[in-house]
Design a protein around this ligand. Structure first.
Ligand code: SF4
Length: 267
C-alpha cells in the first residue's frame, strides 16, 4: 500500500472521511476553481525556472479551463484569476528571491520511503532550491488570505512541512505563499524542522497506518463552532444522507486516485 501526506492528514482529521474517500472511492469533484488555478500557476512557475515565458504558460494552462463551469467564489472569475496570476508572476520575477538549479530534477520531485510490512510513503516536493540564498525545501501555496506569521516559529509546526522534512531529511523548509488579493503579495516564510520533530512524525505515520490497517474508521465530527470540520468536509452529504449534497460534491471512483497528491495544493 502506498501512503501520502494527504491520506495521513485526512485520516487524522476524520477516520470516517478517510474510509469514504480511500476505501469506498468517494472523491470530491474537481469543481473548485482555486484548486485548478493553483495547479496551472505551479506549471507557470515551472516555466519561469526553465527560463520560458511564464505568463504565456499560465495563459495556456488556465486557458484550457476558460469555459469550464467552476464554482467560483464571490467576486472571482476566470479573468480575475488570470489577472491576479500574472501580477503575482511579475512580482515573483522582480523579487528574485528563489533560485532552483536544474529545474527538471528539482521541481515536483518524487521522494519515497519504505515503511514496515511492505508499505511505502510517497511525497511530491514542489521544489528543492534556495530562498534568500539558503538551501531549502520549498512548497508553493496560492491562497486568498495571508498566512499567519505570529507568533514567531509558528511555521515550524506545520504538519505538511514536517512531513516533507521527514521524508527528504532536509531541515530547512519554506512556504512561498502567493496571496491573490487586490494588491498582490508574496510571503517567503522559512522554518527549521528538528530531528525530534521528524522522528515524531515517523511514529505518527506508523501508528496511523496501524489504525487504518486494523479498520478503525470512527467519525471525528468536530461539532463546535468555529472548528466544525464537517462544514467544509466534502463527505458531509454521506454522513447526513443528503443525496443532493452527494451529487453536488462527490464522484465515486474505485480505489485511491493516482493523483491524490494534487490535493496537497489545496489550502
Ligand atoms: S462530515 Fe464530519 S463526521 Fe462525516 S466524514 Fe466529514 S468530517 Fe467526518
Amino acid at each position: 500500500m502506498i501512503y501520502s501526506y494527504t491520506q495521513i492528514s485526512q485520516y487524522l482529521r476524520c477516520p470516517r472521511s478517510y474510509r469514504y474517500r480511500y476505501l469506498d472511492g468517494w472523491q470530491e469533484k474537481d469543481t473548485r476553481a482555486a484548486m485548478v488555478f493553483g495547479r496551472c500557476f505551479e506549471k507557470a512557475l515551472g516555466a519561469y525556472f526553465r527560463k520560458e515565458d511564464c505568463a504565456g504558460a499560465l495563459f495556456k494552462e488556465w486557458g484550457a479551463f476558460r469555459d469550464v463551469p467552476f464554482a467560483y467564489r464571490k467576486g472571482e472569475s476566470w479573468d480575475r484569476l488570470m489577472h491576479q496570476g500574472v501580477h503575482l508572476l511579475e512580482r515573483f520575477v522582480q523579487d528574485d528571491r528563489v533560485h532552483i538549479q536544474e529545474p527538471e530534477q528539482n521541481l515536483q520531485r518524487k521522494i519515497s520511503r519504505p515503511l514496515p510490512d511492505g508499505n511505502e510513503f510517497v511525497s511530491y516536493i514542489d521544489a528543492i532550491g534556495e530562498v534568500d540564498g539558503k538551501h531549502c525545501l520549498i512548497d508553493w501555496k496560492t491562497t486568498t488570505s495571508r498566512y499567519s506569521e505570529d507568533p514567531e516559529g509558528l511555521l515550524s509546526l506545520d504538519p505538511q512541512l514536517i512531513c516533507y522534512s521527514w521524508i527528504s531529511g532536509i531541515s530547512d523548509v519554506a512556504f512561498v505563499v502567493f496571496v491573490r488579493k487586490s494588491l498582490s503579495e508574496i510571503q517567503y516564510l522559512k522554518a527549521t524542522i528538528s530531528e525530534e520533530q521528524r522522528r515524531e512524525f515517523g511514529h505518527l505515520v506508523e501508528s496511523t497506518i496501524g489504525q487504518i490497517e486494523s479498520g478503525q474508521f470512527s467519525s471525528h465530527s468536530g461539532i463546535r463552532f468555529p472548528q466544525n470540520g464537517c462544514v467544509s468536509c466534502s463527505h458531509l452529504g454521506l454522513c447526513l444522507n443528503k443525496q443532493q449534497l452527494i451529487d453536488t460534491n462527490l464522484i465515486r471512483r474505485p480505489g485511491a486516485s493516482a493523483l491524490d497528491w494534487l490535493d496537497e495544493l489545496v489550502d
